[in-house]
Design a protein around this ligand. Structure first.
Ligand SMILES: [Zn+2]
Length: 355
């Protein structure tokens, strides 16, 4: 007799994603539709409060919501604790995170840990975690960035007129993070073939598709043109959705992400996550024997770094990241189980002109 069928899976998605010009205005109506009647706690930063946080708070007040605003610093455990303390004091029905990746991550984790529903309002999009169920927070003990389980936002409102005013470097990094899905999926396929790792065709197809949308539209993604934010934001959000379908970050995180995390250890804060993953994708694609020039050209066209110099790291730091990337996590990739030798790392980095 055949083995009994035992597969089962739960997928969590945002209930509504609104993206486009002046979509901020839709926030109060969306909250009412979710039957969230307040009070609301807006979690934002000092700069992002000026950009959009206060506007969102005012719009909620105009729609007869009771609103409190908390400004937080970088994504740290302390910031999450501060928000949780305010939640205890103010007892909001829901949280609205307004800001770049770090404010969203703080609000997302605080919402999860206090059991409050959460609405996400990104003012920039430097990585593809906006609609994902995970939050990247700096540990207070080790100062390492750690990935915490959080909840998927109930609603996401990405206003392109706000996004395009964020530093171009951040939006470009968000594009690079999505482009790096190409090598993440190749690694996943490899792990599926060699290690029989569970694989989702739907998640992989979606993830590759959004990476290709960015690569093919690279020449239309330009600073100050609002349509650029429009072209990039949907792939950024859908990349997160592919992770929800897979139930793992596999479709959007492979060896190129391990390389990026290795760089975080060796040369902290030298470059943005997405920028490092983009350069990682050039290198890993070369190791896969694929068309790494296509990746490099797309990154270059968008204005992302394509070299060690562009990432503000030395040749030695880059080689160290390449030879240690396999130790970052127990995830089978093109780096194999024992990683690259120094000679192999130097060869691939030289060939791709990364060093
Ligand atoms: Zn990423």
């Amino acid at each position: 007799m055949d083995d009994l069928f035992t597969k089962a899976k739960a997928m969590e998605f945002p209930r509504r994603i609104i993206a486009g010009h002046a979509s901020l205005e839709a926030i109060p109506g969306m909250c009412r539709e979710f039957q969230l009647d307040g009070p609301a706690l807006v979690v934002t930063g000092t700069t992002t409060r000026v950009v959009a946080g206060q506007l969102v708070a005012d719009m909620l007040v105009d729609a007869a919501y009771d609103v409190d605003v908390i400004e937080v610093g970088p994504a740290s455990e302390e910031a999450v604790t501060e928000v949780k303390a305010r939640v205890k004091e103010y007892e909001p029905e829901f949280l609205v995170g307004v800001g770049g990746g770090s404010k969203i991550d703080v609000a997302k984790l605080a919402a999860f840990q206090t059991g409050c529903p959460f609405v996400s309002v990104p003012t920039s999009a430097a990585h593809d975690g906006i609609a994902s169920p995970r939050a990247s927070i700096k540990s207070s003990e080790t100062a390492d960035n750690m990935s915490f389980t959080a909840s998927v936002p109930m609603g996401v409102v990405a206003d392109t007129s706000i996004l395009i005013r964020s530093p171009w470097r951040q939006l470009a990094a968000g594009c690079a993070d999505v482009i790096s899905n190409v090598t993440a999926v190749m690694d996943w396929e490899l792990a599926h073939r060699l290690k029989h790792e569970e694989y989702s065709t739907s998640a992989a197809t979606l993830s590759k598709m959004v990476a290709n949308v960015i690569i093919e539209n690279a020449s239309h993604i330009k600073p100050t043109i609002e349509e650029s934010a429009w072209i990039m934001i949907k792939p950024v959000l859908v990349s997160g959705v592919s992770m929800s379908i897979a139930g793992t970050s596999r479709p959007a995180s492979g060896s190129e992400h391990m390389f990026s995390h290795a760089l975080d250890r060796i040369a902290p804060d030298s470059a943005l996550h997405g920028e490092q993953c983009g350069v990682g994708a050039i290198l890993m694609m070369a190791l896969h024997g694929g068309d790494w020039e296509r990746i490099r050209d797309a990154l270059r066209t968008i204005g992302c770094p394509t070299s060690a110099k562009g990432l503000n790291v030395t040749k030695d730091q880059l080689i160290e990241a390449l030879t240690t990337a396999h130790t970052i996590r127990d995830r089978y990739t093109i780096l194999g189980e024992s990683g690259l030798t120094e000679k192999a790392a130097e060869r691939v980095a030289t060939m791709t002109k990364v060093i």
